[in-house]
Design a protein. Structure first.
Length: 471
């Protein structure tokens, strides 16, 4: 251990500094950074005021996936009848599910604290703020550190309209005492469409209210069209091009008034209208750390802020707000600072999934983004998976490859369908390795699967970007 400690660069360390690195925020980014840095022999402190593991573990990805799975069982129980099972889904017990979920999440969250301690990091369960560029106030203590990392994440925001406080945000959705009968969700990003699927799957009536013509702005258009169809098939009422004006209450009921004069009645109004960086009250100004107008911390490729020995990573920087990006950044920064392995995380070709029913997963460029760069061959297939020939459930798969015409390189793979996240994770390796369509064609499929369609698409659906290229 002693020689590992000696490897730590002590150039910035002044007398009386207790830590080589102090991390503010014990979420995905902060815990990974603290744990790996401590493993490299650095003296590390990590402060977390709310819950270890942060948003993802406690009020994000992990409990969300459990909710998605809870919702799936209802559909599976119905589908089992198509296979000869004499099953009738009963009532879903929200309270029993919540207790089981809370128990699992508490265990996972505690393991994040234990991982840090096992690696030798000092943990502080208090709010921390910068007093100057080398000093952090943690509760009553003043701590000096050679380097400071800000990994405080973000929080969901509401629209600034009258009555907005009558609606909940995703933080609250995990602790509802009962399942609402009618839910109005505003937004059509990740959180909105995932919770629309969750509540619909559990038996709630869902209205999805959004300002775009299609949900999931920024994703491939074919995926967006297919998602709108899938939401309708699930019974979700879509309100595209809608603008909320106000929320009012009468007793427990809520009324969401829209600009077109219509009013949506609901038991729960749910704002899924984006997130903001957690930088208020952190002392960033005092320490001289620059932020964007939104409050997000400005960083360079090496995650340095405007103060060279102060770093920021994860959602607080508001670049690509995904847990695996945050953890990868934490790992890379620890290796760079203390592990003799300088590197940074590329934000190109980051695969991502949206846990709708069925889920979406995607890696690389959409057709439109590829076409903007030059001609692109598009391979597209839509089909009913084998299972649903027996269940009769309206659940079609969409699979799509976007290929650079000139080089044959696969630039994007997109899927809506069962197991899409599991399938696209593997394809992401091929795409990052620079696989061409001919590499896909030479790969033998696994039969019978949906995944095999990705290696058996032989007929071009269209060539995109030709007009742009000609012009
Ligand atoms: P998103 O940024 O994905 O979506 C925000 C939604 O709110 C969009 O539909 C947006 O519309 C709408 N919106 C924003 N401002 C307004 C406005 N003034 N009026 C009307 N509508 C508005 O944020 P989310 O809250 O869904 O999620 C936050 C982030 O968390 C995501 O970006 C993602 O990075 C991460 N996340 C990842 C998940 C995963 O990996 N599966 C799951 C959940 C979250 P418009 O599109 O028109 O801007």
């Amino acid at each position: 251990m002693a020689d590992r400690v000696d490897k730590v660069d002590r150039a910035d360390r002044a007398d009386g500094e207790e830590f080589d690195l102090f991390v503010i925020g014990g979420g995905s980014a902060g815990v990974r950074l603290g744990r790996i840095a401590a493993g490299h022999g650095a003296r590390v402190g990590v402060a977390e005021a709310r819950f270890w593991g942060g948003t993802c573990v406690n009020i994000g990805c992990v409990p969300k996936k459990l909710l998605v799975q809870a919702a799936e069982y209802g559909a599976w129980a119905e589908d089992a009848r198509g296979f000869g099972w004499d099953l009738t889904p009963g009532k879903h017990d929200w309270a029993a599910f919540r207790a089981a979920k809370d128990h699992a999440i508490a265990r996972i969250s505690a393991s994040y604290r234990r991982m840090l301690e096992a690696a030798g990091a000092a943990v502080f369960e208090e709010r921390a703020r910068l007093l100057d560029a080398h000093t952090v106030a943690v509760g009553e203590r003043r701590i000096r550190a050679a380097r400071i990392a800000i990994a405080t994440g973000g929080h969901p925001t509401r629209l600034a309209i009258p009555g907005a406080e009558l609606g909940i945000v995703s933080d609250d959705a995990f602790f509802l005492p009962d399942r609402p009968r009618r839910v109005a969700i505003i937004g059509s990003g990740y959180i909105a469409v995932e919770f629309a699927g969750i509540f619909a799957g559990l038996g709630s009536e869902v209205d999805l209210v959004y300002r775009q013509p299609l949900p999931l702005r920024g994703f491939d258009t074919d995926l967006r069209v297919a998602l709108a169809e899938a939401l309708v098939a699930q019974g979700v009422r879509l309100h595209p091009a809608a603008r909320p004006l106000a929320v009012t209450a009468s007793g427990a009921a809520r009324h969401l008034a829209l600009a077109d004069g219509s009013v949506i009645g609901a038991d729960l109004v749910f704002w899924a209208t984006g997130r903001s960086a957690n930088t208020a009250g952190l002392g960033l100004e005092t320490a001289g750390v620059a932020t964007h107008a939104s409050g997000a911390v400005i960083v360079d490729e090496e995650l340095r802020t405007s103060i060279p020995h102060v770093y920021a990573l994860g959602d607080v920087t508001d670049r690509l707000n995904l847990t695996p990006v945050a953890t990868a950044e934490g790992h890379a920064l620890a290796d760079t600072l203390f592990g003799d392995r300088p590197r940074h995380v590329s934000l190109a070709n980051v695969p991502t999934a949206i846990f709708t029913a069925p889920p979406i997963a995607t890696v690389g460029l959409s057709e439109a983004a590829a076409a903007a760069r030059g001609p692109a061959d598009v391979y597209l297939t839509r089909f009913t998976p084998l299972r649903h020939h027996l269940t009769g459930r309206a659940r079609r798969v969409l699979m799509k490859l976007v290929v650079e015409s000139a080089s044959g390189r696969v630039l994007g793979a997109h899927m809506l369908g069962e197991d899409a996240p599991e399938i696209i994770q593997g394809l992401a390796v091929a795409i990052i390795a620079g696989a061409t369509k001919s590499d896909f064609d030479h790969t033998i499929g696994i039969h019978p699967t949906a995944a095999e369609e990705f290696v058996t698409m032989r007929t071009k659906t269209r060539v995109a970007g030709l007009a742009e290229a000609a012009g």
